[in-house]
Write a protein that binds this ligand. Structure first.
Ligand code: SF4
Length: 380
């Protein structure tokens, strides 16, 4: 296979599946935190890491560890330390590796960010979601705009490398409202923003409300207008997009962990429902752990699906189109066994969706809006 695997980065994703409360739009594998004894889950995760190490004895130390969820900021400093020690004792952590914790504002205010830094975290990703109380209420978040601002200020005192998540394209949100809100966030000076359009998934509380006609998702054209506005405001604020939904002030603030996904590197997923991609003896393997915490604790061994060459190539294509640095056309040829069709590339250029530069296919802003369609057009 050669064109995918740990040469393109090797990461570890740790899924902490508990949340203080479940947001109505959330489609992740999450459970109410309640008063759980978390020790068995931590022990299971460590067993899972050890088993992965036995399987992947030739893999290098990890370039990135990402605590995601769920709400991993519910983990104690000691638990984070325990997990990072296990990573060090198994695969090892490369010097200068990125170690990210996703955090909710209330947890930042409750437990000092210094303690996370002392445990080994060097990048904090803060789930602000909005700076408007009305929007936070609509999104079912358990923090208000005051807490959001305070949490960001507390984060900025400790972590130079930090990111803010926002959700836009909410029902009824106007261009003017988003313009004001995004400018307010940009003024707060975070060096990285992840800006996601609200998607309403069928099996969520929002999905059920939409099915009953009580909630009306924003029309695609309006979403596209908001996306274009987002690009121009971020560009003007020196926070250009480096990927469809991600913006950074400088390359050192880009998410190295996500770059592993976009580059079709390898990553281990541990924790309930976590997904991974492993390249073993030239075969790409998709892994998925048991979804329910009790099931995972009983058996951490993930299910494994070997991916065919064409599925590997398709996945590479879908991911590689996302970063602004573009799709490496040589890797495309290596994986698909044929170069990208000249006619398809010319059509993309004629539509102003993409252009070729230095043997890479790069999407324009309007191309980013139809990235999935472009992937389909390029698939031989
Ligand atoms: S806090 Fe995040 S992971 Fe938890 S329910 Fe809300 S959106 Fe989902």
């Amino acid at each position: 296979m050669g064109a995918v695997g740990p040469d393109y980065g090797f990461g570890l994703y740790i899924h902490w599946p508990f949340c203080a409360r479940i947001c109505p739009y959330c489609d992740f594998n999450v459970y109410a935190a309640k008063d759980r004894d978390t020790a068995p889950l931590i022990a299971a995760m460590i067993d899972d890491l050890i088993a992965h190490k036995v399987r992947l004895s030739a893999h290098p130390p990890v370039d990135s560890v990402f605590f995601g969820g769920g709400t991993p900021s519910l983990l104690s400093e000691a638990e984070i330390g325990q997990l990072l020690k296990a990573v060090n004792d198994t695969f090892g952590i490369r010097s200068g590796a990125e170690i990210t914790l996703e955090a909710n504002p209330n947890d930042v205010l409750r437990s000092a960010p210094e303690s996370w830094k002392a445990a080994g975290i060097n990048r904090l990703s803060l789930g602000l979601q909005s700076l408007q109380d009305e929007a936070l209420l609509f999104l079912g978040r358990d923090h208000d705009s005051h807490a959001a601002r305070h949490a960001l200020a507390a984060t900025q005192k400790v972590f130079d490398n930090h990111s803010v998540d926002l959700i836009y394209a909410r029902p009824g949100q106007s261009l003017e409202e988003w313009d004001t809100e995004l400018n307010r966030v940009l003024a707060l000076g975070a060096p990285h923003l992840s800006l996601y359009e609200l998607t309403i998934e069928e099996r969520t509380a929002f999905g059920k409300r939409a099915a009953r006609g009580e909630l009306h998702p924003m029309a695609d054209d309006d979403q596209a207008d908001l996306y274009e506005l987002t690009q121009s405001l971020c560009e003007a604020a020196d926070l250009p997009a480096y990927e469809v939904s991600n913006h950074a002030r400088a390359p050192q603030y880009e998410s190295r962990h996500n770059h592993i996904y976009w580059a079709s590197g390898d990553w281990i997923g541990i924790g309930p429902g976590a997904h991974g991609r492993l390249t073993i003896e030239n075969t790409r393997i998709a892994t998925e752990a048991a979804r329910r915490p009790a099931g995972y604790q009983a058996n951490t061994r993930p299910s494994e699906t070997p991916l065919s060459q064409i599925d590997t190539a398709r996945e590479f294509l879908a991911m590689a189109l996302r970063p602004v640095s573009g799709l490496d056309l040589k890797r495309f040829e290596q994986l698909f066994g044929a170069p990208a069709e000249r006619e398809a590339l010319e059509d993309l250029a004629a539509n102003e969706w993409a252009f070729v530069e230095d043997d890479r296919l790069k999407l324009t802003v309007s191309g980013r809006l139809v990235a999935d369609h472009i992937a389909a057009l390029l698939t031989p």
